[in-house]
Design a protein around this ligand. Structure first.
Ligand code: SF4
Ligand code: SF4
Length: 78
């Protein structure tokens, strides 16, 4: 996978989902995001995945999920 997430830094804020949907569709809709973040409230564990619609932010100067992760939890290789 070309996107790596540092689990210790990720707080499950879902900003990456928002920015990914904005890249794809110009709207804020986590359902339209390539990256999916789910936080289990009871344990605080965060589960994540990236589906095949991720184009590594083609056409953008930098990957938006990485750029707008305030915790520096994502690293995209492209
Ligand atoms: S923006 Fe960063 S901290 Fe927030 S859910 Fe995504 S990877 Fe985790
Ligand atoms: S690199 Fe771009 S398209 Fe891929 S998950 Fe991140 S924001 Fe979405």
């Amino acid at each position: 996978m070309k996107i790596k997430r540092n689990a210790e830094r990720c707080h499950g804020c879902r900003s990456c989902e928002i920015m990914c949907s904005f890249h794809h569709h110009g709207c804020i809709s986590p359902a339209a995001s390539s990256i999916s973040i789910k936080r289990e409230n009871a344990t605080g564990r965060v589960f994540w995945s990236v589906d095949a619609t991720c184009d590594l932010c083609k056409g953008e100067k930098e990957p938006w999920c990485e750029r707008f992760c305030a915790y520096g939890a994502l690293k995209v290789a492209r």
